[in-house]
Design a protein around this ligand. Sequence first.
Ligand SMILES: [Zn+2]
Length: 185
Amino acid sequence: MKCMECGMGRMQLKMARTCHEVRCVKFEVEGKALVCSRCGFQVIPPDLLNEHAQLVDQGFRKAAGLLSAKDIRAARTGLGFNQQQFAEYLGVGEASVKRWELGALQDKSSDDHIRLKTDPEYARKNLDSLCERLGRKSPTAPQREVIYVPVSASSRRQSHQWDVESLSILSGTALSVYPGMGAVN
Ligand SMILES: [Zn+2]
């Protein structure tokens, strides 16, 4: 097949990077395309259009930081909800949940909302940054360091759990604690 752009080169099926822009987000995807051997002109053959559309969808979601349809479905089923229950849980229409799971693009705020209500790690990070902005201590901040200290030689085999602060209170002094060696003043 001759190139329809330059009329000289031959169109060959190969892996090629194509540039796209969706909702003002620019990204590239790599997939099969007919590429001119001479001028580089690219065409997606009709029988590969569906496959290519899927690549573009994945590429856009990745570039824009959006969950895939599969991710949304997994988030719902992970919580044991059917679509109607999930819609109520999120405060959206059931039709939205059905559309998203069929591949319709959710907007960024819906995506964020889904993550906040289904992903504990995402929710924790959000809580941390919210507390930081409000100048409050986050309830998920790391706990005090806990060190295992044998209380005496006879109880060495059943170490008790102390943290440095309570050991200091007990002894009335600041302590240096060496794990496995007991408390050393
Ligand atoms: Zn060409």
